[in-house]
Design a protein around this ligand. Structure first.
Ligand SMILES: NC(=O)c1ccc[n+]([C@@H]2O[C@H](COP(=O)([O-])OP(=O)(O)OC[C@H]3O[C@@H](n4cnc5c(N)ncnc54)[C@H](OP(=O)(O)O)[C@@H]3O)[C@@H](O)[C@H]2O)c1
Length: 247
């Protein structure tokens, strides 16, 4: 069965979850025509594996995108538009994110809080703004386009049972509220907006020797959720299992 979306953009695809997403998309039997694998340093050491992979997959285009820089986000959108021509962008995956850790709430700094908030919330919001016209074109031509934001079950308050990781958990709570709000506005342009928790995954962020799932397993689950997207899913906060999480 062909993949639901012909064009997909992934932020933070140099490693971890984002790279695995690009890898599994490109290796589908009927892969998307365009996979925009964005990362903040395409020429850097961290993007080496992605570069090697892209050299064997002509539908993977690496594009520079730093979610903490509005200028970089806007530049990336121009490059993607150039490549897509009159086609819109079917799916935007806001995956890039950072986490900081401090011994206690007294050690949390303004600098860390602002950096995490900028990268994890303001940046993804600006990505959605910068790509809006491309998403809306796809929404109009194909019935619907989609935005998938990477959140975490650590964000919502309802099931929270621990303190700590303040910059990160506050940023994910913000991302959830942003997703819910945008789901009401963007649906007018046939764009559905959802967020998802990929589980505790063995990456640099999750802990390579910790975590419950490997990136391969987690992305495997999420690919099924992506493939089942339709307008009825607009505004949902998904768990990797396909269940709906509380906001
Ligand atoms: N791992 C988990 O257990 C877990 C659980 C719940 C949610 N998540 C979410 O899943 C997403 C991916 O996490 P991960 O586990 O794959 O983390 P990761 O292994 O630490 O990878 C993070 C990715 O984000 C990129 N990134 C960081 N800052 C960026 C910026 N300013 N602009 C663009 N890219 C940037 C990194 O690029 P560089 O190589 O340039 O640093 C890297 O590609 C995050 O949003 C995270 O919050 C993860």
């Amino acid at each position: 069965m062909p993949f639901l979306f012909e064009s997909v953009l992934v932020t933070g695809s140099s490693r971890g979850f984002g790279f695995e997403m690009v890898r599994q998309l490109a290796n589908l039997s009927y892969p998307p025509k365009y996979i925009f694998a964005t990362c903040r340093s395409p020429g850097g050491e961290t993007a080496k594996e992605l570069k090697n992979f892209a050299s064997d997959h002509s539908n993977v285009t690496i594009i520079s995108l730093d979610t903490s820089s509005k200028e970089s986000i806007q530049k990336s959108a121009l490059l993607v538009k150039e490549k897509l021509g009159n086609d819109g962008l079917d799916l935007v995956i806001n995956n890039a994110g950072i986490k900081t850790e401090s011994p206690s709430f007294l050690d949390e700094t303004e600098e860390d809080m602002m950096r995490v908030f900028k990268t994890n919330v303001v940046g993804p919001f600006q990505v959605i703004q910068a790509y809006h016209s491309l998403s809306a074109t796809a929404g109009q031509k194909k019935g619907f386009a989609a935005i998938l934001n990477f959140s975490s079950i650590l964000g919502p308050c309802e099931k929270s049972n621990f303190g700590g990781l303040y910059p990160y958990v506050i940023s994910k709570a913000g991302m959830n509220r942003m997703t819910k709000g945008l789901s009401f506005e963007l649906i007018r342009d046939n764009i559905i907006t959802m967020c998802i928790c990929p589980c505790w995954v063995k990456t640099a962020m999750g802990g390579l020797d910790k975590g419950i799932l490997t990136p391969q397993e987690s992305v495997g689950y999420i690919m099924k959720i992506i493939q089942s997207m339709d307008k009825s899913k607009n505004g949902a906060f998904y768990n990797y299992t396909g269940d709906i999480n509380p906001y």
